[in-house]
Design a protein around this ligand. Structure first.
Ligand SMILES: C[S@@+](CC[C@H](N)C(=O)[O-])C[C@H]1O[C@@H](n2cnc3c(N)ncnc32)[C@H](O)[C@@H]1O
Ligand SMILES: [Zn+2]
Length: 274
């Protein structure tokens, strides 16, 4: 498996500490071991993706094990599929990606993690040494057609056509998205009227839906943990100062989680796709 050049889409070949294509576009391996495949001209902002504050909050929250049942549910599914080459899209600071590499350690194979946030990838690459991380956009994946056995996408955006291009025929995409009651009690603090998150079913041209899981559980958080949870979500932007104060001063905060995990299989012939 090789990376593709984000500029001309030809394969990158490693020479010492950098990767180069035959058009001489060159990408250096960072000190932490990741590859930055997001050229300046592809950046939509100076620091695209999640900010340093969000990444640090997510790491603290995930390390405390609050989303462990979701990680276990996806790892169990991966154990059944046993993919050789796996990509985690929008992998953030790598909590899930590291576990995906561990769960398949005895099978061998390669695990890739991709995120548009450089800070996130730096955190991920420092800790999870068995994963190949890159900074890149999911709008154009730096991988060849039909090169991945499985792609996982947890709460992260991706162009569906890119998934269909990169996954092998018969390969699998696993998506995790918020279910209707996800973080209901947190939203109650922020919105006057909470709308249940009614998901529009994802459209995945070229794939058929094979399995749907709905892991959901209740969390009991300390005030500090609830603040960390708020920091790692997009609701942080909307929360008034009183909300932050209320969470911080509360002794406990009870909150529901609700996830939808879908397993999609790429059809061999696109004409059969639904
Ligand atoms: C809600 S976070 C989820 C992170 C991780 N999957 C997790 O659940 O902990 C979404 C992630 O997608 C990344 N992201 C946003 N837009 C992206 C894009 N166009 N390409 C790649 N990653 C992107 C963000 O930087 C962020 O790390
Ligand atoms: Zn090139």
């Amino acid at each position: 498996m090789s990376w593709l050049c984000p500029l001309c889409h030809s394969p990158l070949v490693q020479t010492a500490n950098s990767f180069c294509c035959d058009q001489r576009h060159q990408f250096d391996v960072a000190r932490e071991g990741y590859l930055n495949l997001l050229p300046v001209q592809h950046k939509r902002s100076k620091e695209p993706g999640d900010s340093s504050e969000m990444i640090q909050a997510r790491r603290a929250f995930l390390d405390a094990g609050h989303y462990q049942p979701l990680r276990e549910a996806i790892c169990n599914t991966l154990q059944q599929i046993s993919p050789e080459i796996l990509l985690d899209i929008g992998c953030g600071e790598g909590y899930y990606t590291g576990a995906f590499a561990d769960v398949r350690a005895d099978v061998g194979g390669e695990t890739y993690g991709l995120d548009v946030s450089k800070v996130a990838i730096r955190y991920a690459a420092k800790r999870y040494r068995d994963v190949r991380f890159c900074v890149a956009s999911s709008q154009r994946l730096p991988f060849a057609d039909n090169s991945m056995d499985t792609i996982v996408r947890i709460f992260a955006p991706c162009n569906a056509a890119e998934l269909a291009r990169v996954v092998k025929p018969g390969g699998v995409v696993i998506t995790a998205t918020p279910g209707p009651r996800h973080l209901y009690q947190l939203k109650e603090l922020i919105y006057q009227q909470v709308e249940l998150h009614h998901e529009v079913p994802e459209v995945m041209p070229g794939f058929i839906l094979k399995q749907t899981l709905q892991p959901a559980w209740n969390m009991t958080l300390t005030g500090e943990q609830a603040v960390t949870l708020l920091q790692m979500t997009p609701f942080a932007w909307r929360a008034r100062p009183e909300v932050w104060q209320q969470l911080k001063q509360g002794s406990t905060f009870a909150c529901e989680t609700d996830f939808v995990v879908r397993v999609w299989e790429k059809v061999v012939d696109n004409l059969e796709a639904q």
